[in-house]
Design a protein around this ligand. Structure first.
Ligand SMILES: Nc1ncnc2c1ncn2[C@@H]1O[C@H](COP(=O)(O)OP(=O)(O)OP(=O)(O)O)[C@@H](O)[C@H]1O
Length: 469
């Protein structure tokens, strides 16, 4: 490999070229700052990055501009390869520059900082957006057309179109996806705009902590000094009077100052129970729209998009089979596709109709009528791994316990409608980012390790066959 010095020089010129490239959205530009060039071998430039998220963002969103910039600046290098080097993450976490540490210290809920958004005088700007949820990969169909159009209108003209925008619908139908997409779009459209995404559970916890720590002012500033507040799953505030009161004031302040509020919920405002009438009437000030279960064609299109994005090789007739079986929840739809492709990749088999049918038969053999609760999952997982339930809730980091815990978290996400923070709470008050990490890790391990695939599949069957209660 050529030495790192050359690579550093080349990378500096590449970055200079990219600085003027208007195709790069501000929300992903910050990831380029995390690259550490290592050297070149043959025609390939090797770049280290601290984590999977940075690799994915660069590979998926920036491959073309980066390749072109390399070709423009190097004589004989025509492509690049990214290697994840977690040591960089450690180094960077110690780094004092907060803006560089932000995207990866906080895992993937936070978008990379853009130049325009760089914090001033130590103030941190966190939009907390998941880079995976953008309008580009949101499939539009009859079930969500109106919600999508309203979301786009709000993202294009925050506080001008509809305020608040209230989106409701059952679990797993794209409400969170739309919220994040609004945030990304507004950030790209208006550099420097302050966007904040928060789940209602986090809002509640944040509020309670602020009281406990006498940090009321900082709490207020966090939620009131924003241009767009995206608040997810507002039904969680039901019956929580003080938190509702805090939200009421936040809402009024933002609305009075022409700041956009977007709210999601599992039911329409008028069906929210445990909310004060004045709160509900505010939810009805702007535009209310729902998302419903997608029709077959939309389900197929969603699977196609997912397969493309994850570079899964799954023929159309198989996507159709899956779409016909899973009808009411898009999270489950995606989960089923992952099961099929994971099985194929483990067995080094192509994804054929026979293979898909075997996997689907296993998955759907059991009645889907029973409603699975987290306690069913936890009891079965503990029994399966010969552990106690306390082991799963507790803090042991032994490999078996940690894997069993991550599988249980994954199954809670797949088989119940619990949100990430709720699952985190169940498992010994862990942060929702831990649940997100567990999910991602098990999805990945299922493709790579037969033992994990088998464990997850057997456990799913046991849980469905005989819920623990
Ligand atoms: N129209 C769509 N196009 C592409 N992907 C979609 C669409 N709708 C939902 N998804 C995907 O389905 C999964 C579940 O969606 P999301 O988390 O937004 O649901 P939700 O309605 O917020 O559910 P919950 O109420 O449980 O939080 C996500 O991975 C999301 O990207």
């Amino acid at each position: 490999m050529s030495d790192g010095g050359d690579a550093h020089q080349l990378w500096a010129s590449v970055m200079a070229t990219l600085a003027g490239d208007l195709r790069i959205p501000p929300s992903v530009r910050g990831f380029l700052d995390l690259v550490e060039p290592q050297g070149a071998m043959g025609s390939v430039l090797y770049l280290d990055v601290p984590n999977d998220l940075t690799r994915d963002m660069i590979e998926q969103r920036l491959r073309i501009p980066v390749t072109e910039a390399i070709v423009d600046n190097a004589v004989d290098i025509t492509s690049f390869k990214i290697v994840v080097n977690p040591e960089l993450e450690l180094g960077a976490a110690l780094d004092e520059t907060p803006e560089v540490a932000t995207p990866y210290v906080q895992h993937e809920v936070i978008s990379a900082p853009t130049d325009a958004m760089r914090p001033v005088a130590g103030q941190r700007v966190e939009s907390r957006l998941n880079p995976k949820y953008v309008f580009d990969n949101f499939v539009i169909g009859g079930s969500n057309r109106f919600a999508h159009a309203a979301a786009l209108a709000v993202a294009e003209a925050p506080a001008k179109a509809y305020n608040p925008l209230f989106i409701y619908g059952d679990s797993g139908l794209g409400k969170t996806h739309l919220l994040h997409a609004i945030g990304h779009y507004a950030e790209n459209m208006y550099p420097g705009i302050r966007v904040r995404y928060v789940s209602s559970e986090e809002f509640t916890n944040d509020f309670i902590n602020s009281i406990a720590n006498n940090q009321g002012q900082a709490f207020q500033a966090r939620y009131r000094e924003v241009d767009v507040l995206l608040i997810d799953d507002i039904q969680f505030l039901q019956g929580k009077e003080s938190t509702q009161e805090a939200f009421f004031h936040t809402f009024n302040t933002l609305h009075d100052h022409d700041k956009q509020v977007v709210i999601t919920s599992d039911v329409a405002p008028k069906h929210l129970t445990g909310f004060e009438a004045r709160m509900v009437s505010r939810f009805e000030w702007g535009l209310i729209t729902d998302v419903t279960a997608p029709e077959l064609e939309t389900r197929i299109a969603i699977l196609r998009k997912k397969a493309q994005a994850e570079r899964m090789d799954a023929p159309d007739d198989i996507l159709e089979q899956i779409a016909e079986r899973v009808t009411t929840n898009i999270r489950e739809l995606e989960g089923t596709l992952i099961r099929v492709t994971a099985f194929a990749s483990l067995n080094r088999l192509p994804v054929t109709m026979d293979l898909a049918q075997t996997v689907l038969k296993d998955l759907f053999a059991q009645s889907s009528e029973v409603v699975i609760g987290p306690s069913d999952i936890i009891t079965h997982t503990a029994g399966y791994f010969q552990l106690t339930e306390e082991d799963l809730y507790g803090s042991s980091r032994s490999q078996t316990v940690a894997l069993a815990r991550q599988i249980a978290m994954y199954l809670c996400r797949e088989m119940t409608s619990l949100s990430l923070p709720k699952i985190g709470q169940l498992f010994g008050n862990r942060d929702h980012t831990t649940v997100m990490y567990a999910n991602k890790k098990i999805e990945k391990l299922m493709k790579e390790k037969r033992s994990v695939y088998t464990q997850v599949t057997e456990l799913t069957a046991r849980i469905k066959q005989a819920p623990a209660r």
